[in-house]
Every structure is written in structure tokens, then in C-alpha cells.
Design a protein around this ligand. Structure first.
Ligand code: ATP
Length: 284
């Protein structure tokens, strides 16, 4: 048997860090949503009792460091599965980009293995398995639009944003999420974006208000170390995107655009700055 799962990228419409917890994690408030830029997983049975990961992308780990591998290992252990599995990842989401590509692959692997082995994993167990792999995995399991609190694993579903274009641009640098959080001085954040205001904007289904409430406290950290990300953000604003923000810990910058007539100009203008530019739809 062979089956497919789509693993879409996430963007943060807002990201706030409240404080650092005694267990080392940061207490966050994030509003996340999904965009139509996705990896595609092909999951098939394999003889023996092994987990094989393959990908056309030469730059991701194919061993136990791969989050999809970790998902398969955890499912096999928890449900005493003695079969082998081959997960092929057709990688489309840029890596180490702030788009939760690895987490989304892990979530897709969990969903796919549940189907492949007919496990009927209860939702809570699926979320627990996901959280044990990474803080963003539970959101990638549920998808849609959600407020994430705690270390990112406590989710409240929210109204999705109105349909619009999302232009994503990733400069040719890889940013480690752990480094950015390490550099953040949580007690010195000058301006906290408001989850309540973004939530209200989503409930009103107001594209304009969503654009004006975008905010990410990690932006200052990444922008101060990587001037190219700041330039990219400025370029996207100048080219006419309606709302612009860095996603997660970066370096990907996204622009929300309501008018299709603006998309080609912004896309082409950004290609002058970096070659990884995508124009996709919001998943609503
Ligand atoms: P987040 O927004 O959750 O911090 P990210 O988009 O910044 O995620 P990922 O693309 O998930 O980062 O990759 C981060 C690291 O995880 C990479 O350096 C890579 O080595 C490792 N990794 C593990 N599994 C995967 C996978 N399936 N796809 C991509 N990277 C993976």
C-alpha cells in the first residue's frame, strides 16, 4: 500500500514571547495559519522492521534527525508496530526558514502512518506524540488557523483569514530557531504585538486590520543580525505588499496581498534580492 500526505508551510501572523520559563522554554503567544506551499510525503510499506527516509532535497537529514523519521519511530514504539515504512519527502518548503517545514513533515507522517497501519489514533494521543517531537508539530497536525500558547503546543482554533495572496521570500541564509530565542532578551521587548487584537481582526474577517496587527518580537533579533532580512522587508513594503512580516525566527519574510494585479510586480521585484520567492494562496 502507498499513500500521500500534504505537509503545508505555516506562517505566524503574530508572535509574542511573554517570558522564559524555569524549564528553559519560552512562554509564547502565536497566531499561526497555513499557506499553500507544501511538501508532499509518499508513505509506503517496506519489508523488514526499518524506517527509510528519502528526499529529492540533498540538504535535509535522512537519518533519525529527520522529524518524519522521529514521528515513525514514536508511532512504531507506542503501537508496537513490527512493519517497515518508507517515507519519501518531496521537499518544496525552504529549510530552516521559519516555515515549520520539518514540523509539518512530522505531522503529515503521523497522519499518514495512522492511515497506513489503521491505528485510529485518538486526537489527544496524536497531539501528545506531536508535542514530543517539536513545539510546532501539534499545530501542523490540526492545521487551519490557531492561537498557540504555552511553548506553542496549547492550541485554540481561530477563524481563518480571508482569501489572499501570500508572497514568501527567503534570503540565502539559514537561521537557527534556537539561536534566535537564545539571543532574545525576553524582559527587554519594547513592543509586544497583541494576540487579542489579531484575534479580533480575524473574527471581523478584515484583511486591512489583519495587515495592521501583524507583529513578531523575534524580528528585531533576526533583523539586527542579518541586514539582508531588513532590506527584504523594506523592499516588500516598497513594492506594495499590504502587510509584511518575518515568519517565526526567520529569515523568510512574507507579504499579504489582496489584489492579484499587484502579485507579479512584487514577485518580480523581489527576485532581484533573492532567488527563493514564492507566490501562493492563503489556505483558508
Ligand atoms: P520552525 O519554524 O518550526 O522553527 P524552520 O522552518 O525554521 O522550523 P525546518 O525547515 O523545520 O526549520 O528545519 C530546521 C532543521 O530541522 C533543519 O536544519 C534540518 O536539518 C532539520 N530537519 C529535520 N527534519 C526535517 C525535515 N523533514 N525537513 C526539513 N528539515 C528537517
Amino acid at each position: 500500500m502507498k499513500l500521500y500526505e500534504k505537509a503545508p508551510a505555516k506562517i505566524n501572523l503574530m508572535l509574542d514571547v511573554l517570558h522564559k520559563r524555569p524549564d528553559g522554554y519560552h512562554e509564547v503567544e502565536m497566531i499561526m495559519t497555513m499557506v499553500d506551499l507544501a511538501d508532499r510525503l509518499t508513505i509506503s510499506e517496506l519489508a523488514g522492521d526499518t524506517i527509510k527516509i528519502s528526499s529529492q532535497a540533498g540538504y535535509i537529514p535522512l537519518d533519525e534527525k529527520n522529524l518524519a523519521y522521529q514521528a515513525a519511530k514514536k508511532v512504531k514504539e507506542k503501537y508496537h508496530i513490527r512493519h517497515g515504512v518508507h517515507i519519501h519527502i518531496d521537499k518544496k518548503i525552504p529549510v530552516a526558514a521559519g516555515l515549520a517545514g520539518g514540523s509539518s513533515d512530522a505531522a503529515a507522517a503521523l497522519r499518514g502512518l495512522d492511515r497506513l497501519w489503521n491505528l485510529h489514533i485518538p486526537h489527544e494521543d496524536m497531539m501528545e506524540l506531536g508535542a514530543s517531537i517539536g513545539s510546532d508539530v501539534p499545530f501542523c497536525i490540526t492545521g487551519g488557523t490557531a492561537l498557540a500558547t504555552g511553548r506553542g503546543e496549547i492550541l485554540t482554533p481561530l477563524q481563518s483569514p480571508p482569501d489572499c495572496w501570500v508572497i514568501l521570500a527567503k534570503p540565502p541564509i539559514n537561521v537557527s530557531t534556537a539561536n534566535v530565542y537564545g539571543r532574545l532578551q525576553a524582559d527587554r521587548i519594547a513592543h509586544h504585538p497583541s494576540a487579542a487584537n489579531m484575534r479580533a481582526a480575524l473574527e471581523q474577517h478584515s484583511f486591512e486590520r489583519i495587515c495592521s496587527e501583524l507583529g513578531n518580537v523575534l524580528e528585531d533579533v533576526t533583523l539586527s543580525h542579518y541586514p539582508e532580512v531588513r532590506q527584504l522587508k523594506q523592499a516588500m513594503i516598497q513594492l506594495g505588499a499590504d502587510g509584511v512580516l518575518m515568519s517565526g525566527s526567520g529569515p523568510t519574510v512574507f507579504g499579504l496581498v489582496s489584489k492579484e494585479s499587484k502579485v507579479a510586480r512584487i514577485y518580480n521585484g523581489l527576485r532581484g534580492f533573492c532567488h527563493e520567492v514564492y507566490a501562493v494562496r492563503m489556505l483558508t
